[in-house]
Design a protein around this ligand. Sequence first.
Ligand SMILES: CC(C)(COP(=O)(O)OP(=O)(O)OC[C@H]1O[C@@H](n2cnc3c(N)ncnc32)[C@H](O)[C@@H]1OP(=O)(O)O)[C@@H](O)C(=O)NCCC(=O)NCCS
Length: 228
Amino acid sequence: MNVDLDLKPIAVYGAGGFGLEVAMLIEQINAVKPCWEIIGFFDDGKAKGGRVNDWAVLGGMEDLNTWFSPLAVVFALGMPGVKRKVIGKVNNSRLTYPSLIHPTVICGSSKHVRIGEGAIICAGTIITTNVDIGRHVLLNLACTVGHEAVIGDYCSLMPACNISGGVTVGEASFWGTGAKVINHAQVGADTVIGAGAVVISDIPDHATAVGVPARIMQRTPSMATIER
Ligand SMILES: CC(C)(COP(=O)(O)OP(=O)(O)OC[C@H]1O[C@@H](n2cnc3c(N)ncnc32)[C@H](O)[C@@H]1OP(=O)(O)O)[C@@H](O)C(=O)NCCC(=O)NCCS
């Protein structure tokens, strides 16, 4: 492995489509300021030693937990429950979890915005001020997060979601593409907000809400089970 000494080694956990997008994000960070050497992917569902695009598959969770040298890792997993479960299995003290912020992201001063470790903030996203973004949160392409919003650990917001001012989103909430919420609503933990939904009232923990305005729907446990 030929790692440039000026660059920090980084690996992406999750070699699916979103993993490729995260690798692209890292390359775009590097294009502005070289920081990272992508050494490959970890993924329990791919053959160790194979390749995904230009990168090696370095193994799965066992290989990550026995990795021998300091390594930054980012978890490219969209489903919050899966992300939380996978991260809960990591026990290698050599690993660190940088937050990755695309160069086009507009964000208030770091004095007033906290972005937790492992967060992935994709191109075109805007975060204003007095915002708290938890650990391993994903804000996918072109999301907006308004003043005093709080987004809990492991949440994943798909492209073009809009979180208005004063909103609180609990841990591990999944937001489908284009979902939005009016100011000061409280959205619970382990919730699913459907693509295109407009949330205008509080949503309790574990609920799934869809439509305009968003209404809580009854769901079979299929997808919920996959997520958790
Ligand atoms: C909300 C969601 C998770 C529900 O998934 P599901 O449990 O598999 O639901 P189903 O597809 O079985 O649909 C159940 C019902 O809800 C309706 N429904 C599902 N998603 C909806 C949505 N986003 N808005 C409005 N209605 C929706 C369906 O039309 C169906 O209605 P019916 O019972 O009257 O026929 C899913 O539809 C969704 O919106 N996912 C977001 C995916 C996404 O944005 N991915 C981004 C990738 S980058």
